[in-house]
Design a protein around this ligand. Sequence first.
Ligand code: ARG
Ligand code: ZN
Length: 462
Amino acid sequence: MLLRRSPLAAIAAAAGLALIAPTAAHADTFTPGSSGLGDPYFPHAGNGGYDVTHYDIALRFSPKTRKLSATTTITATAVQGLSRFNLDFSGPKIKKVEVNGKKAAYTRKGQELVVTPASGLPSGEKFTVKVSYAGKPRAINDKVLGKEGWINTKDGAVVLSEPDGARSWFPANDSPADKATFTFTVTTPVGLTVLANGEPKNPGISSVRHGWTTVKWEMKEPMATYLATVAIGKFKVTEGTVGGVLNITAYDPSVAKQSKHLHRTTAKVIAWESKLFGAYPFSSTGGIGDKVNVQYALETQGRPVYDGGPTNDLEIVHELAHQWFGNSVGLRSWKDIWLNEGFASYAEWLYEEQHGGPSAQKTFARLYKNKNEFWQIKTGDPGMKNMFDWDAIYQRGAMTLHALRKKIGDETFFSLLKTWAERNRHATVVTRDFIDLAEEVSGQDLDPLFDAWLYSAKKPAL
Ligand code: ARG
Ligand code: ZN
């Protein structure tokens, strides 16, 4: 679903590309949907001509054979008359594709799955596409971005897909601009535990047949494809609540030592962040500790995954801050990644400041001393290879917010954080939206500040 204030074209405009205009506007004209959405960092990611509202992902997975058999059913609405359309998919062999219950023709090329339905799909109409596939799913390995997507573990699997790993395990409109709700139906050998985003559906009811057991999870709030996860394996699960929100945490026994405080700290941090950022945006929270061997944590919606278990409380603060900034307030274009990482990192600074650690000012002053190399990359458009650069995105991103706080004052700054989260709840944004809102609430011209902090390749003057 495209929960934005502006139409599809805004995605392309934000990404700096012009959409190929549909040639004729007649209701009976069917043309192919585009194979990308014009994101300059990931030109093949996402597809044009439709808008996904729901993914229903049904999986059967055996950790022993590492074989997955799956059916993903997508509910979408055509936004143009479609003769054919693309999905992003790099997963195992396809057995069948159906559109509206009828067999559809398909071809695969690179990450594109091109689906040609038996008849054209009229603009404005809802349709379903059902893809069945089976085989051994494989992680996507990028030299700079690392390992992402479906990742096999010793006793199961964990999915971590930022930025473009979703296509490794389900056919998707793999753009953060197109959020949708999700249901997961996961069948595994009896004895294993399955976690996913959101909440268990029909909790307590799991069917057992011939040594296999099936559980269902659902994410009722809109979610970007890269934030979808399942975790399969041996887990110790703890359930509780925080401020009326369900809290489900789990860890693999092999990371028990690092994960002992995961449940309690998650509850404590959610309570603290809710005061600072406003109402928690999802119906459940939690966290998952497992040995994934990727050397990063990911803010998978409602339930972040911590590789090796959380290293410290600040990592939990960071991933949970993303629930507001990144997950609920989502990106439309990957170049704005600082809106996720700068905010989550600044949440760490604020947590330290309010829990007996160094003040944000002190952290800022320490980093401000950095020499040339630190300032070379533009925080507001770092390039694909630098999208997770520690200096330019995490630290300079947080510094940008601190510079803003100093300029507009604490009261205005903290009310801005809440207004930003609340006005854009479950929507997607671009950096300009944040600058506009900051100018609105402060009544100041902030372009010079943001130009210096986000769009210059040198150290901003104070
Ligand atoms: N968003 C994650 C964090 O909270 C980092 C993800 C890194 N992804 C990657 N493919 N290396 O910091
Ligand atoms: Zn982060």
